[in-house]
Design a protein around this ligand. Structure first.
Ligand code: ADP
Ligand code: MG
Length: 618
């Protein structure tokens, strides 16, 4: 039951506050909600207008500002006061964007190349966060006007490739706009949710999300297992989108009219006018075969066939990215069950055909491609609001259960959504010679590092008889009984020493907590994979140093002076790499150390074998 409140100002009944989903796009932004009656996601719009709000901010002489379609009109007449594509600048320094400086027809400050960019309008300076906050403020105001209720909570989407700084910048923009940003979620995840993917707990699916918007291209391969989204790989191009289609058309027309690029770039108004006409032509060609218009007396003409030829290299670039993404995901193209189309530019028939032919199956484009991300954000918001109770089931474990292993990694024994009662076990061993105890720390959650999960219990298995590292066999078993109580047992198999503990995993855990933990794991999936890879590299590196050390203590006399010096140097280099948080460097230094030690390790091995042969009497 939703709570009913009374709006003191109007005296009218007011439902509990809604959490909205927001797609803050490079080109267009919009707000969506789950309709309270139909329970379906819908994009918010005023009568007779589009749900899309162009992500454009215009400043007038008096310092006032407008956002959206109104602001977009000034792209031609006042390019210096009219800011578009601010999302491209989020979390960027001037150095990051300078090779594309000509793209921005407004002033991007270049006096300090290292710090974050600012945009200058008149004598005022704005950060991309400020600019995004103006767009969000406008979206919030529109939503409040349409819903007739305050809107203060939102889920906002970002591209999967956004780094932490860019995600934080987006949060900050939300805060500046007066929004409590409950979650930042990846655009491809949102798009999948809008198609209902991931909402069925039994479903296991591999999905490709192809997102071609105005300024960016993003391909993501996701795997959904029991409602958990895992990002297998992402690829794309931060400077490829429908804008490039427009530019290709402009270029075509320059040739047609005999105008030079210099003449055009010297005349910002003309270049903007051409840009807008080109976009009009492109959209027209998505459902027609020719486009014709007049601009300053010149005839602008383009056919669909010409357009397709112009954009063919751009489309094939996106297909190359798709190929790389599939490869990085470690799967075959045929393993992809569903292909989802996102972004206004996927309306171009040639794009759809190319994508469908690459993946060898029809693509999903039933949901409006420029609304689909916002709709999915609304689905996520609704889950957060606790309106989607079926999402949590009682006869299953809502979160994964596991123990901490080397380097603070989470090793899952019972995955989330397992039916209870259930049991699982796994063998572990010691990492140090003569180790007599082993700490068993039990965690709950979906993140790769235990520090991000919830600790349930901890105990020490003591009395393991002295043995070299790696020899003891410690069996850890998890048993969840029908009452949901988890019994963790650790037993050293050679000696039979055993320790046991009981915990109630769900104790003190509200549905909201569980949802938060699940959604966090989705938001952080990419970071987590990177963190896990680093931790694993570090652990391997440390182990290699240890075994090399051991080997040297035993066999130093058999090695040449040069071998000893080289080994010491390589060990030092590896030691240094371990402190530098760089997985690739660690792997490289491990390889170098292995390359040095391999020849003498083999030599000593051969010696040992022939020694053993000699001693044998036949
Ligand atoms: P973003 O995610 O970058 O904000 P959108 O998903 O809103 O972008 O896509 C905007 C792009 O889609 C623009 O380049 C726009 O010209 C293009 N677009 C919109 N409708 C069509 C259409 N019917 N045919 C071709 N391109 C379109
Ligand atoms: Mg988009």
């Amino acid at each position: 039951m939703a709570k009913i409140g009374i709006n003191i100002a109007t005296g009218s009944l007011q439902k509990e506050e809604m959490i909205v989903g927001i797609d803050l796009g490079t080109t267009n932004s919009l707000v969506a909600i789950i309709h309270p009656e139909s329970k379906q996601p819908i994009a918010l719009k005023e009568h007779n207008s589009s749900s899309l709000v162009p992500s454009v901010v215009h400043f007038d002489e008096m310092g006032g500002l407008t956002v959206g379609e109104e602001a977009r009109k000034f792209l031609i007449t006042e390019p210096q006061n009219t800011i578009f594509s601010a999302k491209r600048l989020m979390g960027k320094s001037y150095n990051d964007v300078k090779q594309n400086a000509s793209f921005f027809t407004y002033k991007v400050i270049d006096d300090d190349t290292e710090s974050l960019v600012k945009v200058q309008v008149g004598d005022k300076f704005y950060s991309p966060i400020d600019l995004s906050s103006f767009i969000l403020k406008e979206l919030k105001a529109r939503a409040e006007h349409i819903l007739k209720t305050p809107v203060t909570k939102a889920v906002i989407t970002v591209p999967a490739y956004f780094n932490d700084a860019q995600r934080q910048a987006t949060r900050d923009a939300g805060k500046l706009a007066g929004l409590d940003v409950l979650r930042i979620i990846n655009e491809p995840t949102a798009a999948s949710l809008a198609y209902g993917l991931g909402l069925n707990k039994d479903e296991q699916k591999t999905i490709a999300v192809y997102d071609l918007g105005g300024g960016t291209f993003d391909i993501s391969i996701l795997q959904i297992t029991n409602g958990i989204f895992e990002v297998l790989s992402t690829n794309g191009d931060t400077y490829l989108g429908g804008d490039d289609f427009d530019r290709a058309i402009v270029k075509h027309w320059l040739q047609q009219t005999g105008l030079s690029e210099e003449e055009m770039s010297g005349n910002k108004e003309l270049s903007q006018a051409l840009r807008l006409k080109a976009e009009e032509a492109k959209k027209h060609l998505s459902s027609n075969n020719t486009f014709e218009a007049k601009l300053n007396g010149d005839l602008l003409r383009i056919t669909k066939a010409e357009f397709n030829e112009l954009i063919a290299p751009l489309i094939s670039k996106t297909i190359d990215s798709c190929r790389n993404a599939v490869k990085d995901a470690g799967i075959e193209i045929s393993a992809i069950d569903t292909v989802v189309m996102v972004g206004g530019s996927t309306r171009v028939p040639a794009v759809k055909e190319a994508v469908s032919s690459f993946f060898g199956k029809p693509v999903h484009d039933e949901v409006n491609p420029d609304e689909v991300v916002a709709l999915g954000a609304a689905v996520q918001a609704d889950i957060l609001a606790g309106n989607n109770k079926e999402f949590l089931l009682l006869d299953i474990t809502p979160l994964s259960l596991g123990i901490e292993t080397m380097g603070g990694l989470m090793d899952v024994l019972i995955p989330r959504n397992s039916k209870i009662p259930t049991k699982a076990g796994r063998q572990y061993t010691t990492s140090k010679d003569g180790q007599s105890g082993m700490r068993i720390s039990v965690f709950q959650g979906e993140r790769d590092l235990v520090q991000d999960n919830r600790k349930l219990a901890e105990f020490n298995l003591t009395g393991i008889p002295a043995m070299p590292a790696g020899l003891p066999k410690v069996e850890v078993s998890f048993l969840i009984n029908a009452d949901g109580i988890l019994v963790v047992t650790a037993r050293e198999l050679r000696s039979g020493v055993e320790q046991k503990i009981e915990v109630k995993p769900q104790y003190g855990l509200s549905d909201e907590d569980v949802e938060k933990m699940l959604l966090d794991s989705i938001t952080h999936a990419k970071d987590d994979i990177a963190k896990r890879a680093l931790v694993e590299a570090k652990t391997e590196g440390e182990q290699l140093l240890e075994t090399t050390e051991k080997f040297l203590t035993k066999n130093a006399q058999q090695l040449t002076q040069e071998e000893l010096v080289q080994t010491a140097e390589a060990m030092q280099a590896l030691q240094l790499a371990l402190t530098m948080e760089d997985k690739d460097l660690i792997h490289k230094k491990m390889e170098e150390l292995n390359d040095i030690s391999r020849p003498y390790a083999e030599r000593l091995m051969d010696m040992a074998v022939s020694q053993a042969m000699k001693g044998k009497t036949i």
